[in-house]
Design a protein around this ligand. Structure first.
Ligand code: SF4
Length: 625
């Protein structure tokens, strides 16, 4: 066996090596090492060339590239060659191309698939069975969309685009970006946000923070990127700085298997690295409106409880309310856990949920008069009072866990559904909060263990899955939403997106933003503050905050808990009022929703007391606060 301990060069970037490869090819002395999607993301592997030469590759490079030269002398040259990957091509009718492409981007992002959009065509690397890929898209594709498959970039789309521009078709190279390239391009490419149609207000930018994972869950594609490789905190901060200079105010730290592990050894938390990351971001973008994250691994909290608590405190002191840390429990059934290399038991995950609730579940508030003791955070927020109940601040909690559950994994049985329901019920019964429960069926991605076993179990259990999902929505999601977003909670800056059934629907910008419905057809493309009045399973209703009791419509008045049409009629007849205290509202507590006239209000943790925007400032996009 030959041992390869360094890469000599690359035939696609080095003209001399490219010519040598052609000469060896003609002479029949060129040997290729064909790597599949998972092998190419490794820097240490044992392989055979097509001619049978046995090679041990151990190189100081995060991943191999197509064209890398492993061996070269006068008699022979050995180069890396990537297997072709299939891509799904979707031709979109022009009039729906943009909105559909955005929805496609969202779905592809959730699956961690690569997507490129060019003109009216989207290209998606096929990482699962065709049936599954088409299922993922079928709901969003408009009538007339054509599906076809052809070969496209086999590595990172950004790297392929760069190589094409840099060196033309000959330089086209199916490779992944390394962190140095991400760092360089991220800041330099920040100008592109100004070309987005929603720039600057209705736009969130996600900063990639790492790739890869230290663990090997059976269904997951992240380990195909190898062990975790983190960007430096400074480079993420520089990217935020560049974007902030170009008007961006909403940010998400994304693309990570575990935010707690950022800047560490891949497993243990590194609170100092998080402090540098989050503190740096707040320093360069002091006026940011959103700072959210992507994933957190409960096993890190289980294995390193104290360091995890400190790391979560750092995050919650610097992020913005409504942030969600998605936990991959995947299954609470010990049999499924065992057969799929899952990392935490239900009990361990419950403990992780407790920890995030304790350290991150607080709601920002104003320091109460005469009751000093609120803890000022770095962003003029005060951590004061309980997280739930009537005395809690009317803001979303800073950071709550989300739970991901996957069905159809190897070993799944009827009891699996009972295990999962029991786990969720125990979270609820303990008074804890979850921001989101994500229930999915597994997909058999190429390169994962599931690709070998297939996803037949998911098909077989489809009916049971649907009934169970409905039950979770009704018995857990519904009351949980009431706990997380009780009536009177204020959501600042809800961006209004569409009208339906006489209502206007909108969302805040951020991770898993709640869908909010307000009565009446209000101007789209604007943002308003909303006080929540009620909720469904996964969405909420509310009224513009603060509601002017002297001008509110009947639909707005009856949206307030405790006010029926008869009482609303009485309120209207009794106008005008000098104060909401003068209104005979029966059992309704108007003070959480309404004011009389142009009275100014503040939103705890956002506006300084007495400096609230008031009804006149219900807010065209771009209002500074
Ligand atoms: S599910 Fe999470 S922990 Fe498991 S391999 Fe994937 S990223 Fe890693």
């Amino acid at each position: 066996m030959y041992t390869v301990d360094h890469i000599i060069g690359n035939t696609n970037h080095d003209d001399a090596l490219g010519e040598a490869a052609e000469a060896h090819d003609s002479a029949g002395t060129l040997e290729r090492v064909l790597l599949d999607a998972s092998e190419r993301k490794k820097s240490r592997l044992r392989v055979h060339t097509e001619a049978g030469t046995d090679l041990g590759v151990l190189v100081d490079k995060p991943e191999l590239e197509d064209g890398d030269v492993l061996y070269h002398d006068d008699d022979r040259m050995i180069v890396v060659s990537f297997e072709e990957r299939e891509a799904l091509t979707i031709d979109l009718p022009t009039e729906t191309a943009l909105s559909t492409a955005l929805e496609l981007g969202h779905r592809v992002g959730n699956q961690h698939w690569d997507l490129a959009v060019e003109g009216g065509t989207a290209y998606v690397a096929v990482e699962a069975e065709h049936r599954i890929v088409e299922d993922v898209f079928s709901e969003v594709l408009p009538p007339g969309a054509d599906l076809d498959y052809e070969f496209v970039a086999k590595g990172d789309v950004e790297a392929a685009a760069y190589d094409l521009v840099d060196s033309g078709l000959e330089g086209f190279n199916n490779r992944m970006r390394d962190n140095a390239e991400v760092d360089r391009w991220a800041s330099k490419g920040a100008f592109v946000v100004e070309q987005h149609p929603n720039h600057p207000d209705y736009l969130i930018c996600e900063m990639e923070t790492s790739r890869g994972c230290a663990y090997r869950c059976s269904f997951c594609t992240e380990p195909l990127y190898g062990n975790p490789a983190f960007r430096a905190a400074r480079s993420v901060v520089d990217e935020v700085d560049a974007l902030s200079d170009r008007g961006v105010k909403h940010f998400r730290l994304g693309r990570q298997a575990d935010i707690l592990a950022f800047g560490g050894d891949g497993e243990a938390p590194n609170p100092d690295a998080l402090r540098e990351l989050y503190g740096g971001i707040r320093a360069v973008a002091p006026d940011l409106k959103t700072l959210h994250l992507d994933n957190m691994n409960p096993v890190t909290i289980t294995e390193y409880p104290e360091a995890s608590r400190e790391a979560i405190r750092v995050i919650a002191e610097h992020n913005t309310p409504g942030d969600t840390a998605a936990f991959g429990l995947e299954s609470a059934d010990p049999v499924v856990q065992e057969q799929n290399n899952l990392l935490v038991t239900a009990e361990e995950c419950l403990e992780a949920v407790r920890v995030v609730n304790e350290e991150g579940g607080w709601r920002p508030g104003d320091e109460p008069a005469g009751a000093p003791g609120g803890v000022p955070g770095p962003n003029d927020e005060y951590r004061y009072g309980p997280s739930t109940g009537p005395d809690a601040s009317p803001r979303l909690p800073k950071l709550l866990p989300g739970i991901n559950l996957v069905h159809g994994l190897t070993g799944e049985r009827p009891e699996t559904y009972e295990h999962n329901k029991r786990f969720l019920q125990s979270v609820y019964d303990e008074g804890l909060m979850l921001r989101r429960i994500n229930i999915r069926q597994v997909m058999a991605f190429a390169g994962t263990e599931m690709a070998e076993t297939g996803a037949e179990i998911a098909q077989e259990h489809k009916d049971q899955f649907q009934a169970y999902k409905r039950e979770v929505r009704e018995t857990i999601d519904n009351p949980m939403l009431d706990r997380v977003v009780p009536p009177g909670t204020v959501l600042p800056d809800v961006h209004l997106e569409y009208h339906q059934d006489g209502k206007t629907f909108g969302r805040q910008i951020g991770t898993y933003a709640l869908l909010v419905a307000v009565p009446g057809e209000r101007e789209l493309g604007t943002a308003i503050d909303v006080a929540i009045t009620d909720h469904g399973y996964r969405s909420v209703t509310g009224v513009p905050y603060p509601l002017d009791i002297n001008a509110a419509s009947m639909n707005e008045l009856t949206a307030i808990p405790g006010i029926n049409r008869s009482k609303a009629g009485d309120v209207v007849v009794g106008r005008p009022y000098d104060s909401v205290d003068d209104v005979d509202a029966g059992v309704a507590d108007l003070s959480r929703f309404a004011v009389a006239g142009d009275t100014a209000v503040s939103i705890p943790g956002r506006d300084a007391p007495g400096a609230g925007p008031g009804p006149d400032a219900r807010s065209p996009l771009g209002r500074g606060d």
